[in-house]
Design a protein around this ligand. Sequence first.
Ligand SMILES: Nc1ncnc2c1ncn2[C@@H]1O[C@H](COP(=O)(O)OP(=O)(O)O)[C@@H](O)[C@H]1O
Ligand SMILES: [Mg+2]
Length: 250
Amino acid sequence: MSLFQVQGLVKRFAGLLATDHVDLTVDQGEVHALIGPNGAGKTTLVNQISGLLKPDAGRILLNGLDLTPLPAHQRVAAGLSRCFQVTRIFPKATVQDNLLLAVQAHAGSSLLFWRARDSESMLYTQAHALAERVGMQNVLDKTSGSLPHGAQRKLDVALALAASPSLLLLDEPMAGMGPVESAQMVELIESLRADMAILLIEHDMDAVFRLADRITVLVYGKVLTSGTAEQIRNDAQVQAVYLGNEEIAA
Ligand SMILES: Nc1ncnc2c1ncn2[C@@H]1O[C@H](COP(=O)(O)OP(=O)(O)O)[C@@H](O)[C@H]1O
Ligand SMILES: [Mg+2]
């Protein structure tokens, strides 16, 4: 059974079927990219997966657990963590303080078993480990809002990692990045795949083709097709959807 399953998901906005009976699976260790032209329903789907929007029908399962009735924070606790297009960073706080807050939020009641001094040092250790994970150990004392865009997006990934997700949802992680920052983000995502499955929504098709084990193409709320990067690149239907572009562009 797949780690993550979306089954028969439906979302209607007035007369519009924004999510039209969508089925999607993400396997253990897989990077699965979701692409589709503007208005295809990517954001609507992601918002239902993370718990911001309630589907009209269908189910969302992680590790066999039905997440559909759960609020967003319980989905995070169950192993589904999301990065945001609009980041959730506290801009006036340092990188270290942002990380400490995230680590503390997810440590929860487990800290009660430790003496104050021990729990504090444990939080610092975990915050520093997260910084190292995303290559930000040298900017711990910097004000987060003063960092370049790419570094803020990396910090956002680190905040999502604080929850130790089994599935990481990345919503356009390369948005607004130049080629150097994009390449760094690709490298970071590549380094995460050993530890978690990833559902990647991304417009940068170079990045998608480089990272994705499988690609699902969404059009008018429906899954048009799903396959390997090679299959999607050569799919006549997919090419037709993106007609007018020399290369497939989301
Ligand atoms: N809250 C909403 N109310 C009504 N229509 C919406 C709402 N959110 C999205 N839509 C519509 O649903 C369709 C899918 O939108 P969206 O999920 O944002 O697509 P994408 O992220 O792929 O560009 C679009 O036609 C959009 O106009
Ligand atoms: Mg969108």
